[in-house]
Design a protein around this ligand. Structure first.
Ligand code: AGP
Length: 606
């Protein structure tokens, strides 16, 4: 969602801000803007609706020349998508960019009668509130702190004033803010990917903290202006990882690089020789692991589906374990009870998803240990969980999650393997899973290479359809859900995922020649039942695509077979075919593949 950047140093601020905003484009946005101070300390503001390229057009005739500035990509929450609602906002001597939501902005606005508000945003109200405290020689830092004490809601902000040039004040509560420390320069961002290429040293601000940034560094305070010591951390990743690397879209790059990223996920965590799996991050003692009886897995969207697939594996591997998989936006408001000896897995690519974070906090209140299954290093969820493990999928730029899904499933599977060993799980089964994990990267590579063109052709054939059903049983069920989500996200084709066994309970009423169905069929003990569902659909004129690891005879419009020694993890391989299919349908339809309409990469508001 919204992105913040800021810069003070010797470079031209406009260049750094626009470049960094481009790095944040993937998060999803509908307007953008920058505000800078020139070397005579005059402020300049440029804003536009649409992509960053529109902002560049606005800047072209009158480039900003200064060396200090703030910038923003906005994803509308309060007020429509207009230039006036775009950030930065200005009130009096205050220029402000803001991520998050000021819940009491209407009450505050009513009190700020001296201001002539030009936008419908909560952010402009916050700018005015800060300005109302910024009088009679009060330092900007103090004015910001006083204003934030009156605010209810969430924020990550960056503020400057022409009256105190040479400094940017930043603060956070529930919305990330990172201060990159360079040589004679400071780069501010809401997302570490905007800092790559400028610096690797960064301060991750905590909730309730405020910092004064100058070209020499940053000083951190709490809202009572008590000084706080912060040590800089090292940012992971490099610029190559956030570039397309020769692919037309990030989505295709991220699908195709899954073998490589999976090596990172698995590295040092499996021992195929002895058939064991081990994760270091959870920080659980042998007794704590042995005592776990209940695992609740929390996530949204793709992270939830990854949890669902992992729960099937956990049940297979760990004999005395109950698993429960919950949608974070629901669970956070339920009167849930967790039994003794529960552990919660908090699954999130971004580590910033508002609903998932809220669940984490609710679960912690109940005294249950929380473990993060997170991709983005240093993200809020990663910081707030009791323990956990990074999935090491690398930066995922495309809004549609692909490689993170695979990494999440595999990481949770390794957690299950670790529990299984301690809980008397079947050693042969654990060994089988470990062996499959060891060859999974190369099998993914093979599957993607073998079928890339086939899936492209298939996408051309089906791109004209408006409706699809994705079906699967057992471990193929979560990937049917994930396949449908992927298709609808990027291609805007209406797609529903169902357990095959549910067909007769309603969805089969939809089936006619205008629908196509994607059957994920595994060559296991449920094969005949899955084929039964396929026949029912075909008998009603539905077009059927079958994705399968079986070499048995199957009668369908299109049958795509993977040929792999992998059995337990075949759903992961089938899912990579679905990813390619969704990608190519979106390309055929000419959609904005990496930034689909209405979606944001990191959903930081409810
Ligand atoms: C995935 O393609 C989606 N864009 C979305 O469902 C996503 O998985 C969900 O918003 C959760 O995000 P997170 O993993 O960053 O928490």
């Amino acid at each position: 969602m919204c992105g913040i950047v800021g810069y003070i140093g010797t470079r031209k601020a406009q260049d750094v801000l626009v470049n960094s905003l481009k790095r944040l484009e993937y998060r999803g946005y509908d307007s953008a803007g920058i505000a800078t101070l020139d070397d005579e300390n005059n402020p300049h503001l440029a804003r536009s609706v649409g992509k960053i390229v529109e902002l560049e057009h606005v800047l072209e005739p009158k480039p900003h020349t200064g060396h200090l500035g703030i910038g923003h990509t906005r994803w509308a929450t309060h007020g429509g998508v207009t230039v006036n609602n775009a950030h930065p906002h200005n009130a009096g001597n205050v220029f402000l960019v803001h991520n998050g939501i000021i819940e009491n902005y209407k009450e505050l606005k009513a009190e700020l009668k001296a201001y002539d508000f030009k936008s419908d945003t909560d952010t402009e109200v916050l700018a005015a509130l800060i300005d109302s405290f910024y009088k009679d020689g009060t330092p900007l830092k103090d004015a910001v702190a006083s204003a934030l004490k009156k605010v209810r809601g969430t924020y990550g902000i960056a503020v400057f004033s022409p009256l105190e040039p040479g400094q940017i004040i930043v603060a956070r509560l529930g919305s990330p803010l990172i201060i990159g420390l360079g040589d004679g320069e400071v780069i501010i961002a809401s997302d570490a990917s905007a800092l790559l290429g400028y610096t690797r040293e960064a301060i991750y601000l905590n909730d309730g903290e405020l910092a004064v940034c100058t070209n020499k560094g940053a000083e951190v305070f709490n809202l009572n202006l008590k000084h706080i010591n912060h040590t800089a951390e090292t940012i992971e990743g490099d610029v190559d990882q956030i570039q397309k690397g020769g692919y037309d879209h990030f989505l295709l790059k991220e699908i195709m690089e899954q073998a490589t990223t999976l090596h990172n996920t698995l590295s040092g965590r499996i021992d195929p020789k002895n058939g064991t799996m081990h994760l270091g991050g959870p920080n659980l003692t042998a007794k704590e692991i042995a005592d776990i009886r209940h695992v609740v897995i929390v996530g949204c969207g793709t992270a939830y589906y990854a949890g669902l697939l992992a729960s099937y594996y956990m049940e297979q591997l760990v004999p005395d374990l109950t698993t429960e998989v919950v949608i974070a936006s629901e669970y956070r408001y339920r009167s849930f009870h967790l039994p003794k000896n529960s552990v919660a897995l908090i699954v999130s690519q971004s580590g910033e998803t508002a609903d998932t974070l809220a669940c984490l906090r609710e679960i912690k209140k109940r005294g249950v240990k929380t473990l993060g299954i997170v991709n983005v290093v240093g993200s809020t969820i990663a910081r707030e969980v009791d323990g956990g493990t990074y999935v090491h999928a690398g930066p995922e730029i495309s809004v549609a999650s692909t490689k993170a899904f695979t990494a999440q499933v595999v990481t949770m599977l390794m957690f299950a393997g670790m529990l299984a060993e301690s809980h008397g799980g079947n050693p042969q089964l654990i060994h089988e899973f470990t062996n499959e994990l060891a060859i999974l990267p190369e099998e993914i590579e093979k599957t993607l290479k073998t079928h890339q063109e086939t899936m492209h052709e298939l996408a051309k054939k089906y791109a004209g359809f408006n409706d699809a059903l994705y079906l699967g049983r057992d471990t193929a069920y979560p990937i049917a859900l994930e396949g449908a989500l992927k298709l609808k996200e990027v291609s805007y084709v209406h797609a529903e995922g169902y357990a095959s066994g549910e067909l007769k309970h309603g969805p089969i009423a939809l089936v006619d020649e205008t629908f196509f169905e994607v059957f994920n069929i595994l060559d296991n003990w449920l094969f005949d039942k899955s084929i039964g569902g396929l026949h029912e659909v075909r008998a009603r004129g539905g077009k059927a695509i079958v994705l399968t690891d079986s070499q048995r005879e199957i009668d369908a419009d299109d049958v795509i077979r993977i040929n792999s020694p992998i059995k337990h993890l075949a759903p992961i391989l089938l899912n990579t075919l679905q990813q390619l299919f969704a990608y190519y349908v979106a390309v055929e339809k000419g959609n904005d593949v990496d930034q689909p309409r209405n979606l944001a990469k990191s959903v930081t508001v409810e």
